[in-house]
Design a protein around this ligand. Structure first.
Ligand SMILES: Cc1cc2nc3c(=O)[nH]c(=O)nc-3n(C[C@H](O)[C@H](O)[C@H](O)COP(=O)(O)OP(=O)(O)OC[C@H]3O[C@@H](n4cnc5c(N)ncnc54)[C@H](O)[C@@H]3O)c2cc1C
Length: 442
């Protein structure tokens, strides 16, 4: 028997691709989707912050397009950075045109200086993210966007983060592109998502839900509480029924955060348990707003590097799916990072979001907010730091030795996208199929 824990995209995809093999899929929440969910409130549909589909793997794109046939729309990205009271296109490094001339000059001079430097010999998992930025983009871009934006997002000095994840998320441009960008000449698209797909209606929840007809049921409202890795028994608690139930497994596929999983493993080596508790991450408050004015912005989403704005990103869902809100209104998601132990009340967060948006000229003082709701995404962005680089491989190896496959965004403790989560589920299912896992008698 294969037991899958978590019905986010990674767990759902594992189950979907295991078809024909014996498995059970457990999910703590009453609905599937994990982070990739949407909810309705007073005539608006919100995701747990905007979730846009961009693909690098043709096989996963083909699968999603098949599962959501006729439901997806393609959009050309309209994402901008708001700084110096100006909008410039994303990504910053190839779009400085429009910023004050002294800022453009600092960015250009800094970038040019990087081109004559010796390439760094320090391994990415040892080199700090800050150093990566200085080495690859230069001091001007570091000062005017990369450092303030990322320190707001990560809530930590960039000296503490490593650079072993940046290659595809932070594109390094060529000199010609940087110069074109400073002069306002556009001759190619940049970044990992110059266009994206999004469901025409009902929000991103339609993606996890599209897996359901292809899988053999999900046990919702049931939480993994304990694992005896030696005897290969997993203990679950069914919240609604107030019952516990034990499962014998040959393989356990876990998509829950590594520190949560190892804490539940009774007989896992103490030093690895402790190492897993040392993994760090940042949480995100997702403030969702409905405003009684049409098109408060014509953009898809905006980045805010400057410290006077409390949010790092704001998006406008009705600009990529108008049916997500009431006619004559706009909706927006506002993202504010916080350290996992720090708390603010929804009232404080909504007031700060509104004040910042008025300061940026997006909301007007007389705009009426007709819906306001806050979600706290406890595990949002994991830290790639030196501890992760040292500790994680040993933790994942030991789990696997005990028949536990930890996958997904928080199972592998990485910046997994929706596409990656689906891809990891598929890959693991293929591996388990090849191993020919059998049912284990109770
Ligand atoms: C702010 C933010 C914005 C994002 N935007 C995008 C985007 O635009 N595009 C994109 O491609 N990706 C985006 N992502 C990434 C995307 O959300 C994830 O890669 C994907 O949803 C991860 O799926 P998963 O299955 O790995 O994890 P999860 O979605 O976290 O699923 C894990 C599941 O396990 C369940 N669970 C936890 N503990 C237990 C337990 N003890 N017992 C039983 N069940 C349990 C949870 O309830 C959850 O359903 C974003 C992520 C964040 C944080």
């Amino acid at each position: 028997m294969i037991v899958i824990v978590g019905a986010g995209l990674a767990g759902l995809s594992t189950a979907y691709h295991l078809s024909g093999m014996p498995y059970r899929l457990y999910e703590r929440e009453q609905e599937v989707g994990g982070l990739c969910r949407s909810y309705r409130k007073d005539g608006f549909t919100f995701d747990y912050t905007g979730h846009l589909l961009h693909f690098r793997q043709p096989a996963i794109k083909e699968l999603v397009e098949r599962l959501l046939a006729g439901q997806l729309q393609k959009h050309s990205r309209k994402s901008f950075i708001y700084s110096h009271r100006t909008y410039t296109e994303y990504p910053f490094q190839v779009n400085t045109h429009g910023l004050p001339p002294e800022v453009v000059r600092e960015c250009l001079m800094g970038f040019i200086a990087t081109l004559t430097r010796q390439p760094s010999s320090i391994e990415p998992k040892e080199r700090s993210f800050k150093q990566w930025i200085l080495d690859n983009l230069g001091e001007g871009m570091a000062k005017h966007f990369m450092v303030p934006f990322n320190e707001k997002l990560w809530q930590v000095s960039l000296d503490e983060l490593t650079s072993d994840w940046v290659s595809w998320l932070v594109p390094k441009p060529e000199l010609k592109d940087v110069i074109n960008g400073a002069l306002g000449i556009k001759d190619k698209a940049f970044g990992y998502n110059p266009s994206f797909l999004y469901p025409a209606a009902n929000g991103i929840r339609v993606l996890p839900e599209s897996f359901l007809p292809g899988i053999d049921g999900v046990k919702n409202g049931v939480e993994l509480v304990e694992v005896d890795t030696k005897r290969r028994r997993a203990l679950f608690h069914d919240r609604q029924r107030g019952e516990s139930r034990e499962e014998h497994y040959e393989s356990l596929v876990s998509t829950i955060p590594v520190p949560e999983l190892t804490r539940r493993c009774l007989d896992f080596p103490a030093h690895l348990k402790e190492a897993a508790q040392g993994l760090r991450w940042v949480s995100v408050y997702n403030v969702n707003l409905g405003v009684s004015r049409e098109q408060v912005s014509d953009k898809h989403w905006l980045y805010f590097p400057e410290p006077e704005y409390p949010f790092y990103r704001v998006g406008f869902p009705m600009n990529f799916s108008p049916s997500l809100g009431r006619a004559g209104c706009s909706s927006m998601y506002v993202e504010m990072s916080h350290r996992p132990s720090e708390r603010q009340t929804p009232e404080q967060l909504i007031a700060r979001a509104r004040a910042g948006m008025e300061q940026a000229g997006i909301l007007r003082p007389d705009d009426e907010i007709v819906v306001a709701d806050v979600k706290d995404l406890h595990y949002a962005y994991v830290y790639f730091d030196r501890h992760r680089a040292r500790a994680l491989p040993a933790i994942l190896d030991e789990l696997e030795r005990r028949g536990i496959y930890s996958i997904g965004r928080y199972g592998r403790w990485e910046h997994t996208s929706m596409e990656d989560a689906i891809g990891q589920g598929r890959q693991l299912a293929e591996r388990l199929r090849a191993q020919g896992v059998q049912s284990v008698p109770a």
